[in-house]
Design a protein around this ligand. Structure first.
Ligand code: AMP
Ligand code: ZN
Length: 467
């Protein structure tokens, strides 16, 4: 079977065939660094990571670009509302440059904690203003741009396939821009390529351009940076589903009219949202959960990655602490099984057919539009299968982990530091066990449990685990 990916362009699963041999160019819209990344955003970055790991696992040669948006993104995805970076700077009484640096660093730390591999190239929008100006010039030269009220606009009425990705009519598309009409625009769905008449007088980020001093519209950065690093046409573009109707629709309009090649990108993949209560989690609402919020509550960051893998990326995922606890239990169960398997050095041969069956099922799962719940089910099937030696079980799991990224090979016993009170109880219980006083031993174990620790009697002695 070949890799099949759900392409938003066709709304179908399609067999993945790169433009050039086994080489894959992939672009992911990155974070807007005016605030901390929330766990909803991070789900999208876990999805990108699973996709990149899958491509490499299947033998593709990958070049992955993920941008950092540090200019131009307004609070509406269209051209209205406040400038997000400026909003962050005002909130924290810092410069926009400081805000960008601080939240980029925080984002990089989060993705590392989630075992998300670093894309090959992470370009910042503010480092690519020249490239943005160049592509706007091309769009203008090809007749798709106009200047009005000092700003440069894209004329969406001239680009006939404007509604193809979102598959919405223009009226529905307009709802996504949900704001007051800009008098300068010829059509509601036109959008700004370059602002000169900034409505933000205290705008710090400004550059010279052929149209006057100003700054770029949000969408142009992705068209400019993707072509710089991946060429005028490439294989895969990803992002969250909210980006379909405005940002990605506009990216396509810009790139196809600048370079005259269609389709600009062959496969568009979009990740569904994390839902909190009834709403999608969003940065602008302010009451979002960060990875650090989960860490502060005692969760290991990798448990959140595991939680993301329990649903297909195209399904909404409802966040709750009960659901996260279930993910933690499953993850910890997996971890202790891996640690047990490592201790076993008995020689036993595996049934080759059984082993191959698991390998095939895992590959089928990842090739079926990176189906992680199915891939995890294969992991548990391997663990249960008596026909496979412990050594081979480990081998299979380590191999599958190249995609899952749960860090099986790095699993270590947790170092548990217990209080003096717990230590004394453990010793008392040991004494009771030596005297075969099982009733007292059980009672003491319950007391220890109430203090937050589980006691396990293993061949290597007593093991203490934090509950
Ligand atoms: P931003 O930092 O707002 O530019 O968003 C970064 C990425 O997170 C984009 O691909 C968004 O589509 C995605 N995203 C935003 N909110 C959510 C959410 N609640 N769940 C999943 N992904 C999201
Ligand atoms: Zn983008």
């Amino acid at each position: 079977m070949a890799l099949r990916l759900y392409n938003t362009l066709s709304r179908k699963k399609e067999i993945f065939k790169p433009l050039k041999d086994k080489k894959v160019g992939m672009y992911s819209c990155g974070p807007t660094v005016y605030h901390y990344t929330h766990i909803g955003n991070l789900r999208t970055f876990v999805f990108n990571d699973i996709l990149r790991r899958t491509l490499k696992y299947l033998g593709f040669e990958l070049k992955h670009v993920m941008n950092i948006t540090d200019v131009g993104h307004l609070t509406s995805d269209a051209d209205e509302g406040e400038d997000k970076m400026l909003l962050g700077a005002k909130r924290e009484k810092k410069t926009v440059w400081d805000i960008a640096k601080y939240y980029t660093d925080a984002f990089m730390k989060d993705i590392e904690l989630l075992n998300i591999e670093t894309p090959e190239i992470i370009p910042k929008a503010t480092d690519h203003i020249k490239e943005m100006i160049d592509i706007i010039k091309l769009i203008e030269k090809n007749g798709y741009a106009y200047v009005a009220g000092g700003n440069v606009y894209f004329d969406s009425s001239k680009f006939k396939s404007y509604i193809d990705l979102a598959k919405l009519n223009l009226e529905e598309l307009e709802k996504h821009s949900r704001v007051e009409k800009d008098k300068n625009k010829k059509n509601h769905s036109d959008f700004v390529l370059w602002f000169t008449k900034s409505k933000f007088e205290d705008q710090e980020m400004k550059w010279d351009s052929p149209w006057g001093t100003g700054y770029p519209g949000w969408h142009i950065e992705c068209s400019a940076m993707s072509s710089k690093y991946l060429g005028e046409q490439f294989d895969i573009h990803t992002g969250g589903i909210d980006l379909i109707p405005v940002h990605h629709t506009n990216e396509i309009a810009q790139s196809e009219t600048a370079y005259g090649k269609s389709p600009w990108v062959k496969y568009w993949l979009h990740g569904e949202f994390i839902i909190l209560g009834k709403d999608k989690m969003s940065k602008s609402k302010g009451d979002f959960l960060r990875l650090q919020s989960l860490i502060d509550k005692g969760y290991k960051p990798i448990v959140y990655r595991y939680f993301c893998l329990t649903a297909n990326y195209r399904q909404q995922l409802h966040f709750s602490y009960e659901a996260l606890d279930a993910a933690r239990n499953a993850y910890e169960g997996l971890r202790s099984r891996v640690l047990e398997l490592r201790k076993d050095d008995k020689k036993k041969d595996s049934d080759v057919e059984a082993k191959t069956k698991h390998e095939t099922e895992f590959i089928d799962a990842v090739q079926d539009d990176i189906n992680m719940p199915r891939a995890l089910a294969v992991v548990f099937a391997v663990l249960k299968d008596d026909a496979i030696s412990n050594k081979d079980k480990l081998g299979l799991l380590y191999d599958f982990d190249k995609v899952l990224g749960l860090g099986f090979e790095d699993f270590k016993e947790d170092k548990v530091v217990v209080s003096k009170e717990v230590k004394v109880l453990i010793e008392k219980r040991e004494k009771a066990r030596k005297l075969k006083d099982w009733a007292s031993a059980d009672k003491i174990r319950d007391e220890i449990k109430k203090l937050g620790y589980n006691i396990k009697d293993t061949q290597q002695g007593v093991k203490v685990e934090k509950i």
